[in-house]
Design a protein around this ligand. Structure first.
Ligand SMILES: [Zn+2]
Length: 415
């Protein structure tokens, strides 16, 4: 019998159960799931029939640049690349930390319990951005788990300071080596870029999280190269690739070859549909794809695919309010996900599948899983998407850490 439940979530709807349940939490772990009305505790949250899910994970977010758009906004993709180093040269540790905290506040309120934070390390910002991001992560550690990626946004061959800065960032507390091979000017340099990040990853025994083939304008092939090198180095299961938009414009047979290699290399893919829906295309042309990648083909091949928010009010993307539910809906729309199973997968891409990119997949709401949860006002995934933003309560490590409520809608003739 379970004793001393610290927190009881009563009358909850969970996946795989027809009837409402009570969820008992002991010391940050789900200790009991029982028929509604059967558990008691000193502290209770009434889910009122709402759906309880694992907390959201943002698998790819640029926490260092968030809220910096006022410095240099960019409308076009090329402008953003051209101006990024100038924007970063204005950053200070305190400034990065305070902007990151704005994003983390909003993330926690919307139910995000973990985040993979991309953070530039390059000649323009040095280690200033990393210091600011790690300071914000430390301040928020009881509310959200943040793991930093040392990201060489200005390249490796084109920015010879980058490899040593990545090493220093890993010593400071970054958890992953990042990459952006298509930034290099030749295919040989792209290969050098990828090999260098693997050299560093092996040296520190950390995983890789690499931007690949961001644009839908050029048929970049760094994703395939990443898969080849992952297999060569025996790094299967330790590599994540972000964006992967060019994959969407390959011919089907070429795409299949690359997807098969990704499956073989056990590379995980993170799509960034909200930011990329706006950033791709443009210049008086309609985008060739819809900001996403070949989600359904990747899933069919057994590749783990997650979704991330990418940017908020920075040089790359001017909107975003850190709502993972909106991200799930946009993932669904941009990926053409229509069936019940596909809609459920889109929700997995912001919960379990995203958590897997950080080795944090808790498997669902089940006994023994960490009590990192979100209590929704809606009763199922379709209604969670339909009634955005709704009401949510964020539970981290068995404690209530965030809440938001936007459930009051008023309509009246002559109002
Ligand atoms: Zn990115």
């Amino acid at each position: 019998m379970v004793k001393e439940i610290n927190l009881l979530i009563k009358d909850a709807c969970i996946k795989g159960r027809e009837e409402l349940v009570d969820i008992g939490i002991v010391n940050g772990v789900i200790a009991a799931i029982a028929d509604a009305g059967t558990l008691t505790a000193s502290q209770t949250i009434d889910a009122a029939g709402g759906y309880v899910s694992p907390s959201f994970t943002d698998a790819h977010f640029h926490l260092d640049k968030t809220m910096s758009r006022q410095l240099f906004g960019a409308v076009k993709f090329a402008d953003a690349f051209g101006k990024a180093h100038k924007v970063k040269s204005h950053f200070t540790v305190e400034d990065v930390k305070s902007r990151a905290m704005v994003a983390l506040d909003m993330a926690v309120a919307h139910g995000i319990g973990a985040m993979k934070a991309q953070c530039d390390v390059d000649y323009a910002t040095g280690l200033v951005s990393m210091e600011g991001v790690l300071a914000a992560a430390e301040e928020y550690k009881d509310l959200i788990t943040v793991e930093a990626i040392a990201f060489p946004q200005e390249g490796i061959v084109s920015d010879p300071q980058a490899p040593e800065l990545i090493r220093q960032a890993l010593r400071m507390g970054a958890k992953y080596v990042g990459g952006l091979p298509e930034f290099e000017t030749t295919e040989t340099y792209q290969e050098t870029h990828i090999k260098t990040i693997f050299d560093i990853a092996e040296e520190f025994d950390v995983n890789v999280d690499c931007h690949c083939d961001y644009t839908d304008r050029k048929r970049f092939r760094t994703l395939e190269k990443l898969a080849d090198i992952t297999i060569e180095r025996g790094y299967q299961g330790r590599v994540c690739a972000g964006h992967c938009n060019a994959l969407a414009i390959y011919e089907d047979d070429e795409a299949k070859r690359v997807i098969d290699k990704l499956a073989q290399a056990e590379i995980q893919v993170v799509v960034l549909p909200i930011a990329n829906l706006q950033m791709l295309g443009g210049e008086k042309r309609t985008p060739s794809n819809r900001g996403s990648s070949r989600i359904l083909e990747l899933l069919d091949a057994g590749v783990n695919v997650a979704s991330g928010l990418d940017n908020m009010f920075d040089i790359w993307y001017r909107f975003n309010g850190m709502d993972p539910v909106l991200l799930g809906l946009m993932t669904c729309l941009s990926g053409g996900m229509r069936t019940n199973a596909e809609v459920e997968e889109s929700f997995n891409m912001i919960t379990n599948r995203a958590a897997k990119t950080m080795n944090r997949d808790q498997g669902g709401v089940m006994v023994g899983a960490p009590a990192d949860l979100v209590i929704h006002s809606a009763k199922n995934i379709v209604d969670i998407y339909r009634m955005i933003p709704g009401k949510r309560t964020t539970i981290k490590n068995g404690k209530k850490v965030g809440e938001m409520d936007k459930t009051v809608w008023t309509a009246k003739l002559g109002f």
